[in-house]
Design a protein around this ligand. Structure first.
Ligand code: SF4
Length: 336
């Protein structure tokens, strides 16, 4: 078994996820007193070897409450940072620190400070897909499940700066009817690539299917529009975080479900409800950053204790306060 780093964003490779790999991963994790956490968008081999698979917030909470002294976070970098913010005394490893996120990278701390200066007194609401530095400049974080409750909790005469996702922001603005809400024009390249035209086509081809839609999708607005037009029965359209999708899969009576989010999600949904036919609205919706956590990267991480995630104490304390406020409002669900 070898692992080689070839160039900038080439994932670590050269390792087959066979029984010997699984045994070595488990044995190294035991030696390091590590718990393995995997996001729902990870490749199936990583999801299956993990101690826990879930959405970003659920995993961060597990990280904070676990007895293990080391957390190996198989996901993207801001998620591992959030785990470190909530569990500062633990060692947090990400198998490949280059696994970023186009949505989190769409706003920097400097850009947010400049935006705040243009709107003094505004309340800053940030989706959890943000860096620790941006969270530290934030008043309240939110997930897709409680974004509406968070914005509704802010006095009506106070301006709101909502970031970084424009589709989630548009969804919240429509539901709350709030005019004094400014939305950052950020997006995730994967979710933005799932569009309304494709959704409408898939929905008409599968008239009895439920639609599970992540609110970061470019098609979330179209789905609600289609429901409003009567093209799709409103009860078939479910706007859900990835964690809530697993619960909805167990509860639905539908025989088939169209899923509008990153395709890694389908693996967990099939495990939760094997009798249901789950199909991706766009089967090219794959996040290259999530897929950088390969079997080789996980093995390297456990062998070498790499890559360790650090957040300085002051940034972590300020970021933690905005995450705690999020947890206190509504049902935070799980974020992405
Ligand atoms: S799917 Fe999009 S939002 Fe999620 S980690 Fe990848 S780039 Fe970021």
């Amino acid at each position: 078994m070898t692992s080689t780093l070839q160039n900038d964003l080439t994932p670590y490779g050269g390792v087959v996820a066979d029984a010997a790999w699984a045994e070595e991963v488990r044995s190294l994790a035991r030696k390091r007193d590590a718990v393995l956490l995997a996001h729902n968008y990870q490749v199936p081999e990583i999801q299956d070897i993990a101690d826990f698979t879930g959405d970003s917030l659920a995993l961060s909470r597990i990280a904070a409450s676990s007895d293990a002294s080391t957390i190996v976070f198989c996901g993207v970098h801001f998620m591992a940072e959030t785990a470190k913010i909530l569990a500062p005394e633990k060692t947090v490893l990400i198998p490949d620190a280059r696994a970023g996120c186009s949505l989190a990278d769409s706003i920097t701390g400097d850009q947010l400070r400049a935006w705040k200066a243009e709107h003094p007194g505004a309340v800053v609401v940030s989706y959890v897909n943000t860096t620790a530095e941006v969270k530290a400049e934030t008043d309240i974080c939110c997930t897709s499940s409680n974004a509406v409750d968070v914005v509704a909790s802010i006095p009506a005469d106070q301006e709101v700066l909502f970031l970084p996702d424009q589709f989630l922001g548009a969804h919240v603005k429509r539901v709350t009817g709030r005019e004094n809400m400014h939305i950052w024009a950020g997006e995730c390249h994967v979710h933005a690539g799932i569009n309304g035209a494709e959704l409408a086509e898939r929905a008409s081809e599968n008239p009895d299917a439920d639609l599970f839609i992540h609110p970061e999708c470019g098609c979330a607005t179209s789905a609600l529009y289609l429901a409003g037009e009567g093209a799709v029965a409103p009860e078939r359209v479910k706007i859900l975080s990835t964690g809530d999708m697993v619960h909805a899969a167990r509860d639905t009576k539908a025989k088939s479900v169209l899923v509008a989010t990153e395709i890694g999600m389908i693996h967990q949904l099939r495990k939760a409800a094997p009798e249901i036919d789950f199909r991706a609205v766009n089967d090219r919706a794959s996040c290259r950053y999530m897929k950088m956590i390969t079997p080789a990267a996980l093995l390297r991480s456990l062998r070498e204790g790499a890559d360790e995630v650090h957040v300085d104490a002051e940034t972590a304390a300020r970021a933690r306060a905005s995450v705690q406020r999020m947890i206190e409002i509504g049902q935070p669900g799980g974020g992405e």
